[in-house]
Design a protein around this ligand. Structure first.
Ligand code: NAI
Ligand code: OAA
Length: 313
């Protein structure tokens, strides 16, 4: 009997989408469909074929298909949405809201038809608001509509801490919650190196500098690249979320989830700690925060709400 591999569709075959497709194949998480607009069908097919031909060298077995036809995405287990425009130096993520809301909506209307049982992960920015747009357009239950921000923001935060301490990234644990913008909330009090709270290891002014660098981490890359935004760490983040779902790992991962009362917020998509497993977001962790942490979370929640207002009128 033929073994059915997982099917993962990546919509948007640009920098983040193509990198994600390659990393998914390298980890043999399933067969990958890479989908972009009809005008870019040949380059999309070309990227997919090129990745497929790396399989014998790297030793991965995965079908990788380039397409602009949603029929090829039929029955996908996971759909990852990276479609949309990226910012350039001088822009904020929120400047992308109107263009990307239209793109995400139209993508989701297609996904709803061909992959009604899929779990959808959204990357397109401004991602908290785009996850809201996707939720409305898909009509899926909230556990199957997930935004990516926290894995990436946390990865940046942990990178800077491990550099500061000159220790392995494997021994640094922590989390960033809140909206994917410059007022996101790295939870310093819940950050450890080798099990030791970082407040015992790093002076307060250095921690503050790391927090600020984390908050503007996306912009730092945008300024360096000059013509687009980050894609290696974003792709790695999407792959970690996909793996947690497909392997039912029940990992505690920060993701953008629909909040209905958690942390005192309602009808808001924002980054919080979640348990990711076969059913998507299986649980939201409503963790205890200090007054200062809650004030910071309120600030980022307001920013997200203001962007959501732009798309909901
Ligand atoms: N949430 C996060 O942490 C991150 C979000 N992003 C966001 O992800 C998005 C993609 O970034 P990149 O891949 O660097 O951009 P890119 O410009 O390299 O690729 C975007 C692709 O989307 C395609 N596209 C546009 N409209 C489409 C449609 N209707 N259907 C299918 N495909 C369509 C474009 O043709 C293009 O190939 C941007 O909005 C960016 O801001 C990027 C990095 C991290
Ligand atoms: O900064 C951007 O525009 C892309 C992004 O969300 C990130 O890299 O965090």
């Amino acid at each position: 009997m033929a073994i059915r591999r997982n099917k993962i569709t990546v919509v948007g075959a640009g920098f983040t989408g193509a990198t994600t497709a390659l990393m998914l194949a390298q980890k043999e998480l399933g067969d990958v469909v890479l989908l972009d607009i009809p005008q870019l069908e040949n380059p999309t097919k070309g990227k997919a074929l090129d990745m497929l031909e790396a399989g014998p060298v790297q030793g991965y077995d995965a079908q990788i298909t380039g397409t602009s036809n949603y029929e090829d995405a039929a029955g996908s287990d996971i759909v990852i949405i990276t479609a949309g425009i990226a910012r350039k130096p001088g822009m904020s993520r929120d400047d992308l809201v109107n263009t990307n809301a239209g793109i995400v909506k139209s993508v989701c209307e297609n996904v709803r038809e061909v992959a009604p049982d899929s779990i959808v992960i959204i990357l397109s920015n401004p991602v908290d608001a785009m996850t809201y747009v996707a939720y409305q357009a898909l009509g899926f239950p909230k556990n199957r509509v997930i935004g990516q921000s926290g894995v990436l923001d946390t990865a940046r935060y942990l990178t800077f801490i491990s550099q500061e301490l000159n220790v392995s990234v494997e021994d640094v644990k922590g989390v960033v919650i809140g909206g994917h913008g410059d007022d996101m909330v790295p939870l310093v009090r819940y950050t450890y190196a080798g099990g030791v709270p970082i407040e015992k290891l790093i002076p307060a002014d250095r921690i503050e500098a790391i927090v600020q660098r984390t908050r503007t981490g996306g912009g730092e890359i945008v300024n360096l690249l000059g013509n687009g935004s980050a894609y290696y760490a974003p792709a790695a983040s999407l792959v970690q979320m996909t793996e947690a779902i497909l392997k039912d790992k029940k990992r505690i991962i920060p993701t953008i989830a629909l909040l209905e009362g958690e942390y005192g917020y309602d009808n808001l998509f924002m980054g919080v700690l979640t348990v990711l497993g076969a059913n998507g977001i299986e649980k939201i962790l409503d963790i205890e925060l200090t007054e200062d942490e809650k004030t910071a979370l309120d600030k980022t929640a307001n920013s997200v709400r203001n962007v959501i207002k732009v798309v909901t009128g």
